[in-house]
Design a protein around this ligand. Structure first.
Ligand SMILES: *[C@@H]1O[C@H](CO)[C@@H](O)[C@H](O)[C@H]1NC(C)=O
Ligand SMILES: *[C@@H]1O[C@H](CO)[C@@H](O)[C@H](O)[C@H]1NC(C)=O
Ligand SMILES: *[C@@H]1O[C@H](CO)[C@@H](O)[C@H](O)[C@H]1NC(C)=O
Length: 633
């Protein structure tokens, strides 16, 4: 309950804040005018962003996520600039000053985080446009009036709620694909972001409005850090908020006590479920029993990395089976082409991953970093061995066998619980980013264990070009992540939905249809559901079929999870509740013109690198840390 009030408090704050922004920035502009005579100053107003910044209370944010927020922050500020001046980007000679202003702002929240160096942004990028378009007028003359009108209709409203937000982003993605496809990938103000920047600028509430910032820039979390300059506003806001809070408390008291009894009943049911799980859970904060293995130990365990011990291969390197001296069996993931420089971050991330323990997640046992004269620098992860292969093997592989309905139910439910734990049980929350059938491992009892969580941040794409390259595997990646690089827990929900459909139908995420064409499983399943044939999704010849109503419910949940519009998808929490209780599946919102009707469209907007076959991250899978200097600076 108290958490709920806290959220309410924040959102109240926001409502008032956005009203005060315009006057505050006017004052600031006046102040600036008095002092801008000598050197080139940055015309961008970073103060509005300051009010939205998530502060240092999440020190564990990884570099990739931080850089992503940095980038989204620039876009928000540029959008304000567009709104007030009609220009997308500031003059080139102010680029340096703008980065400095931004750096000053960032320093107030995180120390020692050089945004340009760490995230790989070039100085000029902040002042470069897309396809020579720098003004609002140029943008509007490049786009058809129908498209502009669609944006005005869909995006010039409060974007606070899911359905207006979804219709706005859908409009923008089609505009982007039609008019701004492909060019100048790698710029901060790249073509991918232009429609978002434009839409936020023409929105009647403006870019800094909480709904707009959340919907278009995925800048959701806010923490107010009072400074002397605007203490008065903050006090005023606080006073008003608190009075509202008190009013609300009074009103909700009544409602609360009426609900309470119902909730107690529900809680009792949930806690029973949790105690079942507790056997597999360990406290997240308990000191992790992570082992720092020596290279010799690993070598012995894997019989010197014998070929016979290879149980998996990927772009990142091989996975070996190993046996420790005490006869426990382990899986050894050996990254290739590593350099020493990223070891510290590697060790930190490993600690984070290791602190996450759940019966439906593969447990990390330890790691190893070492440099040997013969083999070079080594970076290795050691996890428990899950013996029964992956879901992919069972559905599509050489060991393909006909999984019965009860086993499939168990796999769906366990996977959902594992993901729920990553999203809500882990501190900090972990977005998997690469959920696919080959990352769902099965033990002898067919209990699923999600593997490789937390590893996607080891991809080089995480470090640079955040918006344009995406970690993940073709067919499983949520459209908003592929198109905008917008990464949230709901991108995982999408991938979960796709795996879930594979599990139900025995068909692959990218289904082969005639003449070499592919079709997304989610489009296929959706069209069956729309025609009232949900049960046709279920694989032919499945044994021990369940109750038709339950099977239909599972299909609907899977289709809902893999909905192309982010806000139509449930959270993992809701998914687990739908599995566990009689909670009905909400009606599935209509789909927009399929964002990814055509795979080529994704390829065009995602990749400058031509090597997309099968894997959006280009060279595929996990890598060692990227060495910055090798980037295209
Ligand atoms: C940024 O975009 C401009 C075109 O507006 C292009 O000339 C430039 O090469 C791009 N920069 C990068 C690093 O791609
Ligand atoms: C951008 O403008 C410059 C000069 O104004 C021109 O030479 C160049 O071809 C233009 N590029 C594009 C992509 O329109
Ligand atoms: C957006 O809506 C507001 C209020 O309805 C209106 O005043 C404004 O002109 C609209 N802006 C655009 C670009 O259509």
């Amino acid at each position: 309950m108290s958490v709920f009030f806290f959220l309410l408090f924040l959102s109240l704050n926001l409502g008032f804040q956005s009203q005060s922004i315009s006057s505050a920035s006017t004052i600031r502009r006046l102040l600036q005018n008095q002092t801008t005579n000598t050197t080139t100053t940055c015309p961008l107003d970073f103060e509005s962003l300051r009010r939205r910044i998530q502060s240092s209370n999440r020190p564990n944010l990884d570099v990739a996520t931080r850089c992503h927020y940095v980038l989204q922050g620039i876009r928000l500020v540029q959008s304000e600039y567009l709104r007030s001046t009609g220009n997308f980007v500031p003059p080139l000679d102010s680029a340096d000053a703008c980065w400095n202003s931004y750096q000053t702002l960032v320093n107030d929240f995180v120390s020692g985080f050089d945004i340009r160096k760490t995230c790989g942004f070039q100085t000029s990028w902040i002042a470069e446009g897309c396809m020579n378009i720098t003004t609002r007028r140029e943008f509007e003359s490049n786009v058809s009036s129908t498209a502009l009108n669609n944006v005005a209709v869909a995006c010039n409203q409060s974007l606070e709620n899911s359905s207006p937000c979804a219709s706005c982003t859908t409009t923008l993605s089609s505009l982007q694909a039609t008019y701004l496809a492909g060019n100048s990938i790698g710029n901060v103000s790249d073509c991918t972001a232009y429609p978002l920047i434009y839409a936020a600028a023409v929105n009647q509430f403006g870019p800094a409005d909480s709904g707009t910032a959340k919907c278009l820039f995925s800048l959701e979390s806010i923490q107010i850090k009072p400074s002397n300059k605007n203490r008065k506003t903050i006090i005023a806001v606080a006073v008003v908020s608190i009075s509202f809070l008190i009013l609300f408390l009074g009103l909700s008291g009544l409602w609360y006590f009426r609900r309470k009894r119902l909730e107690l009943l529900k809680k009792r049911r949930i806690s029973r479920r949790e105690s079942e799980l507790a056997s597999g859970l360990e406290s997240i904060n308990s000191s992790t029993t992570l082992v720092n293995y020596t290279f010799d130990q690993i070598k012995t365990a894997t019989k010197k990395f014998s070929r016979d011990n290879i149980i998996g291969k990927g772009g990142y390197g091989n996975v070996y089976k190993g046996i420790l001296p005490d006869n426990t069996e382990i899986a050894v993931k050996r990254f290739k082409n590593c350099s020493v420089s990223g070891d510290a971050i590697f060790a930190h991330e490993v600690q984070v991953i290791a602190s996450v323990r759940h019966v439906n997640l593969v447990a990390l046992r330890g790691y190893c970093t070492a440099t040997t004269p013969m083999e070079g620098h080594q970076r290795i992860l050691v996890t428990d061995l899950v013996k029964n292969g992956s879901l992919h093997d069972h559905l599509f592989g050489t060991t393909k066998n006909n999984l019965s309905w009860p086993i499939r139910q168990k796999i769906a439910l366990g996977t959902a619980r594992g993901l729920l734990y990553l999203h809500q049980g882990a501190q900090p929350a972990i977005i998997h980013r690469d959920i696919k059938a080959s990352n769902i491992l099965l033990d002898e009892a067919f209990e699923p264990k999600v593997a490789d969580f937390g590893l996607a941040k080891f991809t080089p794409e995480g470090m640079t070009h955040l918006s344009t390259r995406v970690a993940g595997t073709m067919g499983y990646v949520a459209p908003e992540y592929a198109l905008y690089g917008q990464l949230t827990e709901r991108s995982d929900v999408y991938s979960f939905g796709v795996v879930f459909l594979e599990l139900l139908s025995g068909k692959k995420a990218l289904m082969a249809v005639e003449d070499g064409q592919n079709m997304l499983i989610t489009d296929w399943a959706w069209s069956l559901v729309r025609d009232g044939r949900a049960l046709d999704v279920i694989e032919d010849g499945m044994s021990d079929l369940g109750n038709a109503e339950v099977m239909e419910k599972y299909v609907l949940i899977a289709v809902l999870c893999s909905h192309p519009q982010l806000y139509a998808r449930p959270t993992m929490d809701q998914v687990v509740k739908m599995f566990d209780t009689d909670l009905a599946v909400p009606s599935i919102p209509d789909r927009p013109i399929p964002i990814i009707a055509n795979i080529d469209d994704i390829e065009r907007s995602v990749g400058s690198s031509g090597s997309i076959s099968g894997n959006l991250s280009g060279s595929g899978g996990f890598h060692c840390y990227y060495v910055q200097d090798e980037d295209d600076h």
